[in-house]
Design a protein around this ligand. Sequence first.
Ligand code: ATP
Ligand code: MG
Length: 566
Amino acid sequence: MTTPESSSAGNFIREIVAQDLKAGKHGGRVVTRFPPEPNGYLHIGHAKSICLNFGIAQDHPGGICHLRFDDTNPTTENMEYVEAIQADVRWLGFDWDNRMFFASDYFEPLYQYAVQLIKKGKAYVDSLSADEIREYRGTLIEPGKDSPYRTRSVEENLDLFQRMRAGEFEDGTHVLRAKIDMASPNVNLRDPVLYRIRHVAHYRAGTKWCIYPTYDYAHPLSDAIERITHSICTLEFEDHRPLYDWVLDHVDVPCHPQQIEFARLNLSHTVMSKRKLLELVEKEHVTGWDDPRLPTLKGLRRRGYTPEAIRAFCEHIGVAKRDAVVEMALLEHFIREDLNRRAPRVMAVLQPLRVVIDNYPEGQVEQLEAVNNPEDPSMGTRKVPFSRVVYIEQEDFREVPPKKFFRLAPGQEVRLRYAYIIKCVGVVKDERTGKVVELHCTYDPETRSGSSQAGRKVKGTLHWVSAAHALEAEARLYDSLLMTDAGDTEEGRDWTTRLNPNSLERVTGCRVEPSLADAKPGSRYQFERQGYFCVDPDSSKDTLVFNRTVPLRDSWAKIEKARQEQ
Ligand code: ATP
Ligand code: MG
């Protein structure tokens, strides 16, 4: 199997952490956190952040990574997401060792820190409307101007803030703002809002609060309360770092974590923003959060992805400071690599063509030995029944074979894998449509695989199943979700017009070998010559349903090769 030529990309954050440890910064501790907002399901981009944060903690003896739900927004969060996120982190292979926290548990200390800021003259209650606040903020090229309420006394601010908490005011009538600098070239420092009034119940705190902190205020303090050492986030927060530091510099916190930004993962041919994923689910473009076409961890899992493959992918792409789009083909490369090693081979015919072997004794059944995984002899062998009528793949027969078509054609010979060499001696067509519906063949009894003449050479080997023994199945073949590779980054007006109408092809009437009778949802196989498939939970007693994880062809290796040849 080919591997992408370059070795793993760099990880500058690991280097920073290692240097900090050496220099004795943060008292020799390494504490990171993964801080999802429970307002959606995790996706492969989150996996990058999980691998990074938990990975750094694992790198160092005594290193710790917290799972923190960043749940300060009462309108979009709920317990279903909290539970799904925990399950996904565990599935990826990480454990938070009981260090699970909720920012909503810090509402009281956050309030007290705000009181500290007011007392120091570093925060004030503003009574401008939201529109006015926006107007007063200025632009990237013009400074903002001070609110007329900016000069309120500490006493008045304390009184108003306390009454905001007590529920005396309507939504939108007042906010608490940091008093920093309305002329700062960094817009984030122009007296950012710290608290808003929102008479909305919170999924955990209930109706206890009617003022809620903003992300920019709650995040640095949550980090400090948990004594995080390295607060790793994505690049869009780089301009917020001065505010992160300002908040921590102006209240009495136990420590001052260090914010470090990295480039988020963008994948080609798919979407990753929670808003877009939610839209796909709600408008039923997909069947749910675990639709195998989605880059959610639940979707990838149902598609057949392994945690090992996702972790190897995240390790390989590394961590950089500049945004880039990673090819979906690279992710596919990693699942192929992993499944090549671990997935048992089976024979499955997706589009069956009936083949009668005229000279094979009627009623005879042979149990032929088949290798479970040539990459791993320890996976052993199994028996596959062979009989007079078998199915092969429709595309493995051509009545008029093109040059170098080494599969079956009238008068041509092929080997049936693990079985015999057969020769096509007759073609039966549907009278009306002219479609080939059945082939007649003869077999050479001397050529059974493993026997002394088995070595007789023919150019093609086909997979097949015995008609009398095969099980019925459905195969779901997936193609990319988006047609162009602009990925998530292009802001089209209606991005859903770029959805690939052929992202799912359902093939029914497939036939698979009987060893799959006990296949359980989640089991992964290589269908010989086809690709990797995973049993879907939609499977019933009568029909197994398989999701194609990825076809066999390694388009990534091809891309790499083409690049090397340039
Ligand atoms: P989205 O933009 O998809 O709504 P988010 O950043 O709002 O995602 P959070 O739940 O806040 O989602 O994310 C939790 C953590 O995962 C954050 O630290 C965030 O930076 C990180 N993260 C989210 N998306 C990506 C991504 N594409 N690549 C790397 N890290 C990501
Ligand atoms: Mg976020």
